[in-house]
Design a binder for this molecule. Structure first.
Ligand code: WTA
Length: 644
């Protein structure tokens, strides 16, 4: 398989038309008909000319303690506010609302551990578990407005803990369980969390990942945490510190941890969570999302894109610790009253058909994953999926990076048997929910996220904001506000304004390059900033570089992303050693391990090259673009500012 997306655009004329029966029965066409439209395109046009009416229409399908006074307040751009004056709580719509109907008996979650163990939770039971944790948090002094950090393996308690925070009005900050102590410590310090929820460990490829040990190291680096709540999962004897650490199973046994806890009334604009993501500098950005708009946006996009119905068994195979998990494992499926599936371990454990066997075993109808996972499983050959009955599947999905047409076609043919359209959803931590995406009513082009979602206007433009010609490379922008948009960056509103709204004013600049073809289909090319997508995970070159220079042997470092067959991109680093250190294979291995230890295994560079100088601008900025061009044997482009 060749990596083509840096060089050429795939065939933009190839169209896959959806099955008319699927279109006919889809949620989105039912909505179109209810509005008096016969086609998706007519509906789309109406949502653009009646944007606020459309979002208000969707919001009114949910429950509010008090209705909003104004759908959109744009008086203080770019600090947009949605459903102003409205009172709600996303958990009320994700859980409480269903308890008043037959759905209280419906399965909310089916979970399978890597060892094959299984747990299921009805909506009724979900409420019980969440309420008990919420009561424990309250008894530990957690209040409305606090930020609780969560660092957990992929187990149901991760979801319950997030919901428990939101239920009592605290914001959560989930740190992906694959991150190491430095990353966790930085995020704890920025959020000033007093309470951390974690687990003793998780399972990956049959081995225990000792999360609590990492937590202890992180807590020795940052002083804010007073209480650490620990779920028992691996039961391997995690190190606990008296007075600070508490076993959750002990606390959940106390009378205070009963199954009744009122859901706090929240202002639509109150903070629901922060989620750290990588940007251009080494300091991760704490992206802020709120209860009201995020609730409406995630609910609407999942309902129409993945066409969620009561009969579905929906599996989003992401990690809840990333935005995809927040929006499309935790919140949107529950708000839609869906049955979700969650799996803890590795896709190829113990064999490369683990995923396919679970699709068959649990009768999964919708599978939403990432190109890197598809490419990873495709590598093992067609025999593995062919052994399993995948006939329950009706929709597939992809997210995180552009999907190369080879992977798209394999997914479509070998997993979907040519019956299941692929929803290639483009969006970001910052956007909260899908922005450019097909629905089951949109013809597909392999490799394109197709067109903007209802109510969204996206375009590809030059730096001055003028539209690009068809197939011309440009900047991807969103032209109007949307409900689930980030509200700010925690502790750094200026970075929000400059980073997103002052690049191509008055538009929201996504930081991606893209092309739009003559049919209006958008083809995302990749990031324009110093962000590398490794296996769909977003990492900043600056984070990798600061991890490297924290090693005593390293004087200076530069990290770049280069195409990788499975991971999409892999990190390659260039290092200048301090006097007294000599390049060696052994040192390369040590430095790679050091980055893995500091940031997490996903950030470990594939290679480290020892150099004596790095290409820099006269002002001292490393020209990663030049390093990349050299590594790929491409022209170096404009090097007039190069200092060498
Ligand atoms: C990339 C993940 C092409 C893009 C939800 C974006 C995609 C970044 C797609 C956000 C897609 C995400 N096609 N590229 N379908 N989805 N991206 O914040 O570069 O982890 O800017 O959010 O992923 O990454 P994030």
């Amino acid at each position: 398989m060749t990596e083509t997306r840096d060089v050429a655009l795939p065939d933009t004329s190839e169209l896959y038309y959806p099955d008319p029966a699927l279109v006919e029965q889809s949620n989105v066409m039912a909505y179109a008909r209810s509005k008096g439209f016969n086609s998706y395109d007519e509906l789309y046009q109406w949502t653009i000319s009646h944007r606020e009416e459309f979002w208000a229409d969707m919001a009114s399908q949910l429950e509010w303690f008090k209705p909003w006074d104004k759908v959109l307040d744009d008086s203080n751009k770019p600090f947009y506010q949605w459903f102003v004056g409205g009172k709600t709580n996303i958990v009320y719509n994700a859980i409480d609302r269903h308890l008043k109907t037959w759905r209280k008996n419906k399965l909310a979650l089916i979970w399978e551990g890597e060892d094959g163990s299984q747990r299921t939770y009805s909506y009724y039971q979900l409420n019980y578990e969440v309420s008990r944790i919420a009561n424990v948090l309250k008894s530990m002094g957690v209040k409305k407005g606090d930020i609780v950090t969560i660092y957990m393996p992929r187990i149901p308690e991760l979801m319950f803990s997030m919901l428990a925070c939101a239920k009592i009005g605290a914001a959560h900050s989930v740190v992906y369980g694959g991150f190491s102590e430095a990353a966790l410590a930085d995020r704890l310090a920025d959020a000033k969390s007093k309470v951390l929820i974690t687990a003793d460990g998780g399972y990956m490829r049959g081995k225990v990942v000792e999360l609590k040990k990492i937590v202890n190291e992180a807590l020795s680096r940052t002083p804010t945490v007073q209480t650490c709540l620990v779920f028992r999962h691996t039961n391997h004897g995690a190190p606990m510190e008296q007075g600070r650490d508490f076993w959750m199973h002990d606390l959940l046994g106390l009378p205070i941890a009963n199954g009744h806890c009122p859901t706090e009334e929240m202002d639509a604009e109150d903070m629901l969570f922060i989620l750290y993501t990588s940007g251009t500098t080494g300091k991760p950005k704490g992206v802020v999302h709120t209860h009201g708009g995020y609730m409406v946006g995630t609910y609407t996009t999942l309902k129409f894109v993945f066409d969620i119905k009561d009969e579905d068994r929906y599996w989003c195979a992401a990690d809840p610790g990333w935005i995809t998990g927040h929006s499309f494992i935790v919140y949107a499926p529950l708000i839609n009253g869906a049955t979700s599936f969650m799996y803890e371990g590795a896709p190829n454990y113990p064999y490369p058909d683990r995923w396919w066997s679970m699709v068959a075993k649990h009768g999964i109808t919708i599978l939403y994953t990432a190109p890197t996972a598809i490419r990873g499983l495709m590598r093992f050959g067609d025999l593995w999926p062919s052994r399993h009955d995948l006939s329950t599947l009706r929709l597939l999905g992809s997210v995180g990076e552009p999907i190369n047409p080879e992977a798209w076609k394999w997914f479509y043919e070998k997993i979907g048997h040519g019956r299941c359209p692929i929803m290639d959803t483009w969006w970001q931590t910052e956007t909260g929910h899908f922005m450019i995406t097909p629905t089951p009513a949109v013809p597909l082009k392999p490799g394109s996220a197709t067109r903007p979602f209802l109510g969204i206007e996206a375009d590809v433009v030059h730096e001055d904001g003028s539209p690009c010609a068809p197939d011309e490379d440009g900047l991807l922008v969103i032209k109007n506000p949307w409900p689930g948009m980030m509200r700010t960056i925690l502790n750094d509103p200026q970075r929000y304004v400059e980073g997103y709204w002052q690049k191509v004013p008055p538009y929201y600049a996504a930081g991606d390059s893209a092309r739009k073809d003559k049919d209006g289909y958008i083809w995302v090319i990749g990031r324009l900033d110093d962000v590398i997508k490794v296996s769909g995970y977003r990492l900043g070159t600056a984070e990798v570089e600061s991890a490297l220079v924290s090693h005593p042997a390293v004087a200076e470092a530069a990290a770049i992303g280069l195409p990788h067959e499975v991971k999409g991109n892999a990190i390659h680093a260039f290092v200048i050693l301090r006097a007294g250190y000599e390049p060696s294979h052994d040192l390369e291995e040590k430095l790679r391990a050091h980055v893995g230890h500091e940031l997490g295994p996903i950030a470990r560079p594939d290679s480290i090259t020892f150099v004596t100088s790095l290409p820099k601008t006269r002002s001292g900025k490393i020209m990663r673009r030049v390093l990349r061009a050299r590594a790929l044997g491409l022209p170096e482009g404009d090097v007039s500012t190069l200092e060498e």
